[in-house]
Ligand binder design. Structure first.
Ligand code: AMP
Ligand code: MG
Length: 349
């Protein structure tokens, strides 16, 4: 398949190009596009065949449901059975934005889109290219992250092209995304709202809006025997090609420990890398040291994490050590992604 690659500025949207992309989606094709969280790989959410193509293009297991992207509240009622009171409150506060809500699905949503589930995940993105494309496509775009299954989610079009060139009809390059981590997912179909995937919208922010929420424990414990409630969270994910280990402990000891390990690996001729912070980056003796930002600036760390993992791949780094981060606020999402990327290899000093 020949993939058309188009550059577009969010502040200066090319209406003709959006119409062309919308027509591809209406005709059952695939278009990768920017959102504020990460790049998405879009197909018509109400067309079973399109959803099938998304799984094939990504190499994604077919029991891993897709998130349906909409541009207005009017569209929501058609695809869900009922809209609970909390959903209106959450939408008022966080939509458009990086929050996905799970509802009972209505009959028009094919099971191919929901990975066989009777529930459907819905999000209203704020990125203007995404919104224009949703309108042009007829209102419902199923879009997982635009990477091959298992790889780090793309935050710039370069990595979408690397993974999906030749596998989709069009890629819209809208520059670097804002947030850099996928949406928070909250399930509204149980007795109590439950976070299934942490993200930029934190537990604290959700509780301020709708009162207490539960959190799927499997997503923080990791080595739990129970399967996570979001099917996608059980798969190894976000992984760089190199072997990644997280080192937890007091800052100076972490630096000393990582440097000791690096000496051994470098002597063996392995290419080494470290995910550091501004406070520590100059202290490491690795082939490639990347700071995720100031330790206190979680938004910045979230923004850089996936790009750093991809850059280590570009540089063929084989052994990677990462510092650990605070597991609260946005830090909860950062640690969730980092732990998955590391296949839960953590050394506690
Ligand atoms: P991605 O689009 O790559 O960010 O992945 C979407 C995530 O949403 C995966 O972890 C899915 O398991 C989760 N998800 C989508 N729909 C549902 C649903 N109906 N119930 C639970 N989790 C869902
Ligand atoms: Mg993904």
């Amino acid at each position: 398949m020949n993939t058309k690659i188009l550059k577009m500025d969010e502040e200066n949207i090319d209406a003709d190009a959006i119409r062309e992309a919308g027509n591809i989606l209406r005709n059952g094709g695939l278009v990768a596009f920017p959102t504020e969280t990460v790049y998405g790989l879009g197909g018509d959410a109400l067309n079973a065949e399109s959803s099938g193509k998304i799984y094939a293009a990504k190499g994604r297991p077919s029991d891993n449901p897709l998130i349906v992207h909409i541009a207005g509240m009017e569209e929501l009622s058609k695809i869900v059975r009922k809209i609970p009171e909390e959903a209106y409150l959450l939408a008022e506060h966080f939509w458009p934005g990086p929050l996905t809500m799970i509802f009972e699905k209505s009959d028009c949503v094919p099971l191919e889109t929901t990975g066989g589930l009777e529930t459907v995940a819905v999000r209203m993105p704020s990125n203007k290219i995404a919104r224009a494309l949703i309108h042009a496509s007829g209102g419902y775009i199923a879009a997982p992250s635009a990477n091959l299954s298992g790889r780090p989610s793309p935050t710039v079009a370069k990595y979408v092209i690397e993974d999906l060139d030749g596998r989709v009809d069009m890629i819209i390059d809208g520059g670097e995304v804002n947030i850099g981590l996928e949406s928070t997912i909250i399930d509204l179909t149980g007795d109590k709202p439950m976070i299934l995937r942490p993200g930029y919208i934190t537990e604290e922010m959700l509780e301020e809006t709708i009162g207490s929420v539960e959190i799927d424990q499997t997503i923080i414990e990791g080595n739990s025997k129970q399967a996570p409630k979001a099917p996608g969270m059980k798969y190894r994910h976000y992984a760089p090609k190199g072997n990644l280990t997280i080192i937890e402990g007091e800052a100076d000891r972490v630096v000393d420990y990582i440097n000791e390990q690096l000496r051994i690996y470098r002597k063996n001729g392995s290419k080494t890398g470290v995910i550091a912070t501004d406070e520590t980056a100059t202290k490491y003796q690795a082939d490639s040291v990347k700071s995720a930002g100031k330790r206190k600036d979680e938004d910045q760390i979230a923004h850089q994490l996936f790009r750093i993992l991809r850059e280590f791949d570009d540089e063929s780094v084989e052994i990677i050590y990462a510092e650990s981060f605070e597991g609260r606020g946005v830090g909860q999402a950062i640690m969730n992604r980092l732990l998955k990327a590391a296949g839960h290899q953590v050394i506690k000093l």
